[in-house]
Design a binder for this molecule. Sequence first.
Ligand code: PLP
Length: 404
Amino acid sequence: MLRNHVVPERGFKDMLKPPLSERTERLRLSTIREVAGRVEAVQKKGIPVINFSAGRPDFDTPEHIKAAAKKALDDGLVHYTASAGTLELRQAICTRFQEDYHLNLDPEEIVITAGSTEAIYVGMQSILNSGDEVIVPQPMYVYYGGWSLLGEAELITFALQEKNDFLLKAEELKQHISPRTKALILTSPHNPTGQVFEKKEMVKIAQLAQERDFYIICDDIYNYLLYDGAEHFTVAEVPGMREKTLIIGSFSKTYAMDGWRIGYLIGPRQVISRVLKMHQYVVNCCNTFVQVGARVALTASQNCVREMVQEFDRRRRLLLSYLDDLGIPYVRPRGAFYVFPSIKKFGLSSKEFSDFLLTEARVAVVPGDAFGSSGEGYVRMAYCLSCEDIEKGMQNVSKALKKL
Ligand code: PLP
């Protein structure tokens, strides 16, 4: 086709089209990563920082998992696998879900992804159309807004109430459902509040999904990190919900494998066929030796998980006892490894309070508004550090608060 041959004097460069994609222009970088950058900058000056901001296990990956991946490399497992992931790993996921949730899955309903990050992205790309709405209760994990934007959907948020212990209530959710609602994202155990949503509300929400025809994306990556007898419930267990549920899983937190970048998405077949296409375009398939390590993580004894959870629980209790002593209010967390204390009484914004702690106490926390506007007035503290560091850090906080 002949193009208009009249070349404007200013040249094409200055005309009409923005130089790079508008979508990525509108994406926000994670504030948590920003905090991590600031912590590093302080540490580089030789000033030690006690870091409550990093939301990842500080433990090493269990030895037997590392050994399996190393052996896979030595055995020459260095080529592509099937895009959906190895059958062995998908079967291991089926077995775990059968044992833990009595869910009868088929490997064809699973795609292995580069962490749950990729799983949520490709899952949302597979179901969303322009103009759809995605509901997410706030405070919320930092990337949900960006993933909705990339799917050309509108993000609808509403605040989880502290007076309800930050628990999601079906009645509140109901007010935000519209004919354009395509999906709800549920995160339980919850980041950043550490709450575990109640089964009775989840069942009601599942009924709403069926009546009003929307998907539930269960970001279940903290499902094994539970305390005080809390139980994780997946809406996929509700009769008829398998067709409406995308389960997002990850090895990052359960097995201290966040740097391995491996997770998975479980969904109904018609969604999985789209997910597989998206996944092929993004990564083609996940690392082969990493998939071997992940399979061993699932099939070997789960004692390593139990031990890690026990240690997190010890740290959780210690941190909460310090917050109690300092009179800083919080809703008692029952899952993941976060607590979301209210700092309203100090009269500073969450950003100001976080900056104050970094400067005056050499303690890093994440300002609550990183998780959406309803997180203002709170900070997120992750107990992914030793009891010794928790003690040191909280003693520093105690001294610093006297200056306020
Ligand atoms: N979803 C939630 C709620 C998270 O907190 C995180 C990480 O912190 C992720 C997803 C992404 O985890 P990954 O990609 O390592 O599986």
